[in-house]
Design a protein around this ligand. Structure first.
Ligand code: SAH
Ligand code: SF4
Length: 343
């Protein structure tokens, strides 16, 4: 089995070179090439040919190949379906904002969490992505558009905290100054609320932004739409969030998909306001994307406005997430699903 060289930390690369009887100083040169996005060892022009040969026998360079690409005619948002060496596919979305490019990447092929409104959750789970496969999604987007990505959101397919070790490895690699050098403050991680992993992440004291997919003001509604809530209820989740804020000094953002008639009443807003009161929090309201087979519809505009007014009474600020690429099903899970269903 060849080794996944792009997932290695610099010191691990050095250790491997040592085992191969090669000088360790080469590790930095190789690391830089890998994170510049080369796909072949022969592109590493300052590495001797015999070492390139050896590396290609012991290791492989992971790559995200473009299977499909959709470009929104509204706002230039680009949605990719990528495939990896075993043929598994994930989605990623590249968005352009005034301050630069943001990429939304996947962390797993599918997801085990089964949220009822989510296209990824409906397709089941195949496997975790490696750190290099997460990096490769960014690299392919940069090359395909001749751009630099400045912000990353882990909000594509999969539950990042269910793939904790690979995700932390990715975070450290992508923020490495010899690598893509994207600072933690430019990265957001979104979770459905795997409580013990939130504590673990908080203790790492990384400066990233945590987004928590709350989507309901109480356990009754949340357990109906998000099975994870039966294991870790809202009270335990919010305790973990408070711990995260204390440990990192970072504000948490709560995601709240507005579903018509399910979680969007004024009473729900008041209850949500009571629960979040006093927290360093911001609420992102997202009109739910309609996914075939769920029966959910997005809340009406005036309902959302009224929800925001009620929340404001508890001192909680909420904004409606700008939806990009709505003509290309830019919310993740939908493209893969439609492709898999066609074949
Ligand atoms: N598993 C993680 C991250 C991936 S999902 C999580 O659940 O947080 C990214 C975000 O999209 C989450 O906030 C998720 O709740 C939301 N989402 C999933 N399906 C959606 C839909 N149909 N409409 C709106 N938001 C959705
Ligand atoms: Fe998984 Fe997130 Fe979708 Fe839930 S919303 S099924 S946790 S990807």
């Amino acid at each position: 089995m060849r080794k996944d060289i792009k997932s290695m930390y610099l010191d691990e690369l050095g250790d491997m070179l040592g085992e191969l009887g090669e000088p360790k100083y080469r590790s930095l040169q190789i690391f830089k090439w890998l994170h510049e996005g080369v796909n072949f060892f022969d592109e590493m022009t300052n590495i001797p040919r015999n070492l390139r040969q050896k590396l290609s026998e012991y290791c492989y360079i992971s790559n995200a190949a473009i299977e499909k690409k959709l470009i929104s005619s509204y706002d230039d948002t680009r949605k990719y379906l990528f495939s990896f060496r075993d043929g598994e596919c994930v989605e990623s979305v590249l968005m352009k904002y005034r301050h630069g490019y943001t990429s939304c990447i996947s962390t797993q092929v599918g997801c085990k969490m089964g949220c009822t409104f989510c296209a990824t959750g409906k397709s089941g789970f195949s496997r975790n992505l490696t750190a290099s496969e997460m990096i490769s999604q960014l690299q392919t987007e940069e090359k395909d558009n001749d751009i630099r990505i400045s912000n990353i959101v882990l909000m594509g397919m999969g539950e990042p905290l269910d793939n904790f070790d690979n995700v932390v490895r990715f975070l450290r690699l992508v923020s490495d100054e010899n690598g893509m050098n994207i600072g933690m403050r430019h990265i957001s991680l979104s979770t459905c609320g795997i409580v013990p992993r939130i504590y673990e992440l908080a203790d790492l004291k990384l400066q990233l932004t945590l987004s928590v997919s709350l989507h309901a003001p109480n356990d009754e509604i949340r357990s109906r739409t998000m099975p994870i809530n039966r294991k870790y209820n809202i009270a335990s989740l919010l305790d973990a969030c408070r711990y995260y804020c204390r440990q990192t000094g970072r504000r948490i953002s709560f995601e709240y998909a507005m579903i018509d008639g399910v979680n969007d009443s004024n009473a729900a807003a008041a209850e949500l306001g009571r629960r979040l009161k006093g927290m360093l929090a911001h609420v992102n309201l997202i009109p739910v994307n309609t996914v075939k087979g769920t029966g959910y519809r997005k809340s009406k505009k005036d309902r959302i406005e009224s929800f925001i007014r009620v929340l404001a009474k508890s001192g909680i600020t909420a904004t409606v997430r700008r939806t990009l690429g709505s003509d290309i099903n830019a919310s993740c899970g939908q493209l893969r699903r439609s492709t898999v269903e066609q074949t």
